[in-house]
Design a protein around this ligand. Structure first.
Ligand SMILES: [Zn+2]
Length: 168
């Protein structure tokens, strides 16, 4: 009955929507769609999306790019009062970077069964043995986050099939 509007969204959902927008930007560039924003005092101070192929860099994950932007905005490597919103559960590298950046809270869209390092494959984020710990909230707009990934892989398979047939 009611249209799905921003007015009905919680604060976490509102920022996750922004991360989803970035994931779609990655998808449009032919990159696996993962998006990330970093928020401080209710304001987005860093945006990032997966650009691994574009940048030809292992380091160019959405979270790493957002951390770089947030740090240059704050002129500080410490992101102590920030919240990260990311569409897919961070990998071991990005979970490690969150700890190194001292990010106190990470909000995750959907879980990653193959590389999730915030409880799924490993518990790097959320491991209380580390000096800096981080609060994790997962499942925020999870269906929407995973739909963007699924659509991307369906499109890639279809494109590959079309290409294979063209050369038969
Ligand atoms: Zn990563």
């Amino acid at each position: 009955m009611h249209e799905y509007s921003n007015i009905m969204l919680t604060e976490d959902e509102k920022f996750m929507k922004e991360a989803i927008k970035l994931a779609k930007k990655a998808s449009a560039a032919g990159e696996v769609p993962i998006g990330c924003v970093i928020v401080k005092d209710g304001k987005i101070i860093g945006r990032g999306y997966n650009r691994r192929n574009t940048d030809r860099s292992t380091l160019s994950h959405a979270e790493m790019n957002a951390i770089k932007k947030a740090s240059s905005y704050l002129h500080d490597w410490r992101l102590e009062e920030c919240t990260m919103y990311v569409t897919l559960e961070p990998c071991q590298m990005c979970a490690g970077a969150c700890i190194q950046a001292r990010i106190p809270r990470v909000v995750i869209g959907c879980l990653s069964p193959k590389s999730g390092s915030c409880g799924t494959v490993a518990s790097i984020l959320g491991n209380e043995a580390f000096m800096h710990t981080c609060e994790i909230e997962s499942g925020v707009l999870a269906d929407e986050c995973s739909a963007v990934l699924k659509e991307f892989f369906i499109r890639m398979r279809a494109e590959k099939k079309a290409l294979d047939q063209a050369y038969k």
